[in-house]
Write a protein that binds this ligand. Structure first.
Ligand code: NAD
Length: 261
């Protein structure tokens, strides 16, 4: 229970990797503020499940992170509920797949806002409190696409490379404040974000979802296994631990060897 007494805000935690990270931080003792979109009944069910399973307080902010005002609203709601934020996980993200020539401008703007700018606004808003208390952990969910490119993902790849830039600058600026800032760079994780891509590929190629699962993972990763939200959560807990206190400004890959190539 290394995070007992700590308060964690995990963006985009109604689903997938964010939910995996929120559950892992809760298992380690942190109170959790969830954020993201889902049906109210589903959010209530996840909230109650985490409270019951791990005996921690759980709140929810439905703020839309596509604007700085939305991010600041979420931080304010969390501070009002918990009094402080000790761990910030910038995880919310969306995807859109198309060649640059056809890539819609509004998709570019939305991906840059949600996947990149929200992390800047969040870090700016939480660091004064973390500095005053002399302890903080900031974890940004980047991607293998923070380190390498792929066709048809221009906004996503640009945002994820940008997230690594923010991670490095914040890590350096905050180096002697008790706050660490790191980025997790997953390869393929089977979540709704990737399931949509698999359904689209199956529709396009006249194949099955199962066939596309194998094809997708083997195209990029030497290790032909998806990582799980639980494994990403365990890495986030490690980055919050005292053992990780001198890791900062770092991209940490969990990608089945994708970026080793
Ligand atoms: P997901 O679709 O399961 O979850 C995305 C979360 O973000 C949801 O909770 C959603 O409600 C929230 N969200 C979306 N737009 C939002 C907005 N405007 N405001 C607030 N919340 C919003 O996807 P996931 O795969 O769990 O992705 C989570 C993060 O992990 C993303 O940053 C993604 O880029 C990254 N990632 C995913 C993979 C993968 O293979 N799944 C790999 C590398 C990185």
């Amino acid at each position: 229970m290394g995070l007992h007494g700590k308060f964690a805000l995990v963006t985009g935690s109604t689903s997938g990797i964010g939910l995996g990270i929120a559950r892992a931080l809760a298992a380690d003792g942190a109170a959790i503020m969830l954020n993201g979109f889902a049906a109210p009944a589903d959010i209530e069910r996840e909230k109650s499940a985490i409270e019951a399973e791990f005996g921690v307080r759980v709140g929810y902010s439905g703020a839309d992170l596509s604007s700085g005002a939305g991010v600041r609203q979420m931080v304010a709601e969390t501070e009002a509920a918990f009094g402080q934020i000790d761990v910030l996980v910038n995880n919310a993200g969306i995807q859109f797949v198309e060649d640059i020539a056809e890539f819609p401008e509004e998709k570019w703007d939305a991906i840059i806002a949600i996947n990149l700018s929200s992390a800047f606004h969040g870090i700016k808003a939480v660091t004064p409190g973390m500095k005053a208390r002399g302890w903080g952990r900031i974890i940004n969910t980047a991607s293998a696409h923070g380190l390498v490119g792929s066709p048809q993902k221009v906004a996503y790849v640009a945002a994820k490379h940008g997230i690594l830039g923010i991670t490095k600058v914040a890590g350096i600026e905050l180096a002697n404040t008790g706050i660490t800032v790191n980025a997790i760079c997953p390869g393929w994780v089977l979540t709704p974000l990737v399931e949509k891509q698999l359904h689209d590929r199956a529709g396009r190629n006249g194949t099955s979802f199962e066939q596309e699962k194998i094809a997708l993972v083997s195209e990029k990763q030497p290790m032909t296994q998806f990582s799980t939200p639980e494994q990403i959560g365990a890495l986030a807990v490690f980055l919050c631990s005292d053992a990780a206190r001198t890791i900062t400004g770092a991209p940490i890959s969990i990608d089945g060897g994708w970026t080793a190539q």
